[in-house]
Design a protein around this ligand. Structure first.
Ligand code: 87F
Length: 444
């Protein structure tokens, strides 16, 4: 839970700078309002969970549990927005949602209940909405890259993969080299005026004329944690980036038969205090009923970025031994200047975890210019960058042709950062003129 809390603290402070207000709407959705969005939730309907009973009696009308809150919030947007001075209306709520997943629920990645933030905003102009979509997407990038040390690609979803209720969808996309799968990290949608029409969210503009609002919605969920775990974890367990680790440094005492244990314990406690005083999240594991070796594995499994061992020899030399979780490097650090040195090491771990993850991710990127290259790269679990004609029929066709036990290949996003597309480049799948470079792969 600390990981979530740390990310929440960062993100919440950032959106408050953007003047987004905190709100909370109910968990239960009446069938009535849910049906308002009928066209758009049609595809999602099987995932909606319903409360049908209380105690022994059936409810007169079943009540849905929110899978997302458009239908809960937008009736109020319609009431609250009257004139242009009521705009922009920018709200965010932190809550849980329920989606009854059938295919392969996976902890954190695809679970039936998850935590998220959902931002819902309304503007007088499309320009303001467009700007915010990208501002929020940049926060998602920072969350992944600066906090979770996970490299992501920012880009635009295809028409097939976008949120059907919106105008366009942007996302940050991660890739898991071990499984060769892409994973959508977070989305920031421009909804256009679709929901404004459905929910009658109108306002009187500066000229006194009736106008419709432009809306956005954006979310990241506890899936972020799953992506981080898969990116960094190894055979010994979790590996946590220091910035999100609840315990950044674990101090373990190493007793020897004849040594003065009191002195060692005191040194451990003093070390923890010195670190904590300067804002490092340090704790000591001074339990007598576990051996140092047992504790090492225990804290390694929990992903603690740095372990400090203090034994009689270290005391005699006025130093401690530090062991990094990410690369197992062992370093003796003099007691003098310990805190600064530890701070530096934590920064270094954070950076090096990102660098290693990026290097592994980049090594998986494969450019495919023809169908054969595409199929070959797919079989090698690559993150495929291919020139594409951007036609829905072609994406459908690729999906059909690549359907297998491990799922079909689909577009992940078209990166904002586009490599040069030379005149005359053809689509890898259709042979028509290519319009853009797009990332493809199997995904979670
Ligand atoms: C499942 C059941 C019912 C996704 C669902 O991405 C409805 C839905 O509307 C549904 N699964 N969606 C799309 C959610 C779109 C949008 N909502 C606000 C976001 C960001 C936060």
């Amino acid at each position: 839970m600390s990981i979530w809390e740390i990310m929440q603290t960062f993100f919440d402070a950032e959106i408050k700078k953007m003047k987004i207000k905190t709100c909370y709407f109910p968990l239960f959705v009446s069938n009535n309002v849910l049906q308002k969005e009928k066209d758009h939730i049609e595809g999602f309907a099987p995932e909606v969970a319903w409360v049908t009973r209380s105690g022994d009696s059936d409810l007169e009308v079943p009540i849905a549990i929110r899978p997302t809150s458009e239908t809960v919030m937008y009736p109020y947007f319609s009431k609250w927005i009257r004139g242009h001075r009521d705009l922009p209306l920018k709200l965010n709520q932190w809550c849980n949602v329920v989606r009854w997943e059938f295919s392969n629920p996976t902890p954190f990645i695809r679970s039936r209940e998850f935590l998220w933030q959902e931002g819902h905003t309304a503007f007088a102009t499309k320009e303001e909405a467009d700007t915010e979509v990208l501002e929020v997407l940049e926060l998602y990038r920072r969350l992944y890259e600066e906090y979770l040390a996970v490299p992501v690609v920012k880009g635009k979803k295809s028409e097939m993969e976008k949120f059907a209720g919106g105008l366009y969808t942007t996302s940050v996309e991660a890739f898991i080299p071990n499984t060769g799968r892409g994973v959508q990290g977070a989305t920031s949608h421009c909804l256009g005026q679709n929901f404004a029409k459905m929910f009658e969210i109108n306002f009187e503009d500066e000229k006194g004329e009736k106008a419709m609002v432009w809306q956005n919605s954006w979310a990241y969920s506890t899936r972020t944690i799953g992506v981080m775990v898969m990116t960094h974890g190894d055979d010994r367990g979790l590996v946590l980036p220091p910035k999100v680790a609840a315990i950044q440094v674990i101090v373990v005492h190493v007793p020897y038969k004849d040594a003065d244990i009191k002195e060692i314990l005191n040194a451990c406690s003093a070390t923890v205090k010195a670190l904590c005083d300067l804002g490092i999240r340090a704790e000591a594991d001074l339990r007598e009923n576990y051996s140092p070796g047992w504790k090492y594995s225990h804290w390694e499994m929990k992903g603690v970025p740095l372990r400090i061992e203090i034994g009689p020899k270290d005391l005699a030399n006025n130093q401690v031994r530090a062991v990094r979780r990410d690369n197992a490097a062992k370093i003796d650090i003099p007691m003098d200047g310990l805190v600064d040195k530890v701070k530096g090491m934590l920064d270094d771990i954070q950076q090096s975890m990102f660098d290693v993850a990026k290097q592994k991710r980049d090594a998986c990127v494969q450019v495919a210019k023809t169908w054969d290259e595409f199929i070959e790269a797919l079989s090698q679990k690559k993150l495929i960058l291919a020139p594409w004609c951007d036609e829905e029929e072609v994406e459908k066709d690729v999906k059909t042709k690549t359907k297998g036990e491990t799922g079909a290949a689909k577009t992940l996003c078209s990166p904002f950062d586009q490599p040069e597309l030379p005149e005359g480049t053809l689509c890898f799948a259709s042979g028509k003129p290519a319009k853009k470079w797009t990332y493809w792969g199997r995904s979670y």
